[in-house]
Design a protein around this ligand. Structure first.
Ligand code: SF4
Length: 396
């Protein structure tokens, strides 16, 4: 172990998270959240006395360990020893590049939390001001990720109906949380066939931007620069996957900023956020459903999917669009849903340690569920690793 005065190398090997051991005060919060909330053990203490460090096993790089990039360690670190990879400079460069048409999408989970990061009163809805701020920063168009959350639900809902009708692999797991997808890839690849084949709303937007939008606006895909504002650090990695690109070369989403990074850019620009006049999202995707808006909270994807699936199969409008049993902060919630006289069971889990319980049921052949929603972060994306510090919730 190095002496206390020696500068330790910063680990930025991971696509989402940077670890600077020189700032670490050894409080152990990152270890606690990784072990107890997520059920993983990426970080632990090694050594004794002054030489004790919070680090990975055998001092491996963060890119070489089982890390889902959920960023919960960054969200609880009080000194910034673990933080998201900062992409603000890349985005500033794109905005100032006159050859680029720079557009941005905004996730549902940030339109309250951004206000908290910018010192507005707790719970303020800042969607209109957020759009105005993004225009002032220099984005040409500001779109709503809720539009592609609606597309996700249509796709995922039909996939579930198909699987039920054909007797294909069930239960089907949701696939819109990249932290969860990383977990399955790294720990349970035998569960692949249970995952929905749908891209996440972020990536559906990126794919549409570089195909449909590109053709409609007559702009080459490589000249369009797509930025996402997300509550999530894992989305930075998701956007870098080669399968999420045009011909494996041009990424569908070029850069992902967390809520904290966007707040930083707004402060760098000296924008008086609170005094901005509210604006609306650009067309065509300014009209979105209430089902898309609830994607940001645990149970939201499930509730949105049930609204679609039940209405399609029952061939009549829903009597009530609210499914209370999948709401709330329980670690695992379940509900029975009656469709055409038959009852199916569905489950919703938040955090990966709760997801693990449901996975083990599937592996043991005892899972009673037809459809399962998993969100890696406590409370869902509202408690994401890129949200303002101090918003992570306690989970049962
Ligand atoms: Fe990202 Fe949301 Fe999944 Fe957390 S729950 S990893 S914020 S998509």
């Amino acid at each position: 172990f190095p002496s206390v005065l020696e500068k330790l190398p910063i680990d930025d090997s991971n696509p989402s998270i940077v670890r600077d051991p020189n700032r670490c005060i050894k409080c152990g919060r990152c270890i606690d959240v990784c072990k107890t909330v997520q059920g993983i053990s990426v970080l632990d203490t090694m050594g004794r006395g002054h030489d004790m460090q919070v680090t990975t096993a055998y001092h491996k790089l963060l890119s070489d360990v089982v890390c889902t990039y959920c960023g919960q360690c960054a969200a609880v670190c009080p000194v910034g020893a673990i933080h998201e990879k900062d992409d603000t400079d890349r985005v500033w460069s794109a905005i100032h590049d006159t050859n680029k048409h720079v557009i941005v999408q905004v996730a549902p989970a940030i339109r309250v939390s951004l206000g908290e990061e910018l010192n507005l009163s707790f719970g303020s809805i800042v969607t209109g001001k957020l759009i105005a701020a993004l225009k002032m920063l220099g984005f040409t168009k500001v779109f709503d990720t809720n539009f592609t959350a609606d597309l996700t639900i249509i796709e995922e809902g039909h996939e579930l109906i198909d699987r039920i009708k054909k007797g294909d692999t069930l239960p089907m797991f949701t696939s819109c949380c990249p932290g969860w997808i990383n977990y399955v890839e790294q720990k349970h690849p035998d569960m692949f066939k249970h995952l929905s084949t749908c891209k996440s709303p972020q990536q559906m937007f990126g794919a549409l931007a570089k195909s449909y939008y590109s053709q409609r606006e007559n702009i080459k895909p490589e000249d369009i620069y797509v930025v996402s504002i997300m509550p999530c650090t894992a989305k930075k990695y998701e956007a870098q996957r080669t399968e999420m690109s045009v011909n494996g070369i041009d990424p569908d989403v070029d850069a992902v900023l967390t809520t904290r990074e966007l707040a930083k850019m707004i402060k760098q620009m000296g924008i008086d956020f609170n005094s901005l006049r509210e604006m609306r999202f650009d067309k065509p995707d300014e009209v979105t459903s209430g089902a898309a808006a609830i994607f940001g909270a645990t149970g939201g994807v499930m509730e949105a999917a049930l609204r679609t699936v039940i209405e399609i199969l029952d061939e009549k409008p829903l009597d009530s669009i609210e499914f209370d049993k999948v709401r709330g902060m329980g670690g695992i919630k379940e509900a029975g849903v009656t469709i055409k006289g038959e009852t199916i069971k569905v489950a919703v889990a938040q955090t990966l340690s709760n997801a693990e319980i449901l996975i083990q049921q599937v592996k043991a052949g005892t899972s009673p569920y037809t459809f399962i929603e998993i969100m890696a972060c406590p409370g869902g994306c509202v408690g994401g690793g890129g949200q303002p510090y101090g918003t992570t919730h306690q989970v049962s």
